[in-house]
Design a protein around this ligand. Structure first.
Ligand code: ADP
Length: 165
């Protein structure tokens, strides 16, 4: 039996914290599918196509990883791809309550898949996409936290707000 994990998220944009989770998961699972949520209640800074492209570009070196967009219910996507695991990263205790609830609901909706939590690497625990967007929008340097492709895209996105001195 081959083990397939779905790693779902908004990835707006993908950060080094996400990439680290994928890299570690790629060593455990036969196949990892990064599932980029298309329809999300969140107002995203980047379009679905952009978020998918950033993930594809930054994860290209991992041969057993693929990136797909998904719409609608995660449970349906998990079934459609024949996955037996849903992967989520945990940063802080504050992530836990929501993640635990989500895991319970997904177990109910798709009993054949298990949610696997992976703890963030210590020095990535304070990285979140929303914080990265905020820093970039204020002209801060995010190069330690994201891939250069993403850093450049963020700089371009917020260029009008941060005219060069
Ligand atoms: P969502 O909108 O589903 O929370 P995100 O793109 O914010 O989507 O996050 C996707 C997954 O990656 C979540 O499980 C989240 O906890 C995890 N994650 C986000 N940032 C980090 C990080 N710095 N380290 C480890 N996991 C992370």
């Amino acid at each position: 039996m081959s083990n397939r994990a779905i790693y779902p998220g908004t990835f707006d944009p993908i950060t080094n914290g996400h990439i680290d989770i994928v890299a570690r998961a790629a060593r455990i699972f036969d196949h990892v599918i990064v599932a980029v949520a298309a329809s999300t209640s969140k107002n995203t800074a980047f379009s679905t196509d952009e978020r998918v492209q950033f993930a594809r570009d930054t994860l290209a070196e991992y041969k057993n990883v693929e990136v797909q967009r998904f719409e609608g219910l995660l449970a349906n996507f998990v079934r459609q791809w024949g996955a037996n695991a849903v992967l989520r990263g945990l940063r802080a205790v504050s992530d836990f309550e929501y993640e635990f609830q989500l895991a319970g609901m997904n177990k109910h909706l798709v009993p054949e898949a298990e949610t696997i939590f992976m703890p963030t690497r210590e020095n990535y625990s304070y990285i979140s996409s929303s914080l990265i967007r905020e820093i970039a929008s204020l002209g801060g340097d995010v190069s330690e936290f994201v891939h250069p492709i993403v850093r450049d895209a963020l700089a371009e996105r917020f260029a009008s707000r941060n005219p060069k001195k």
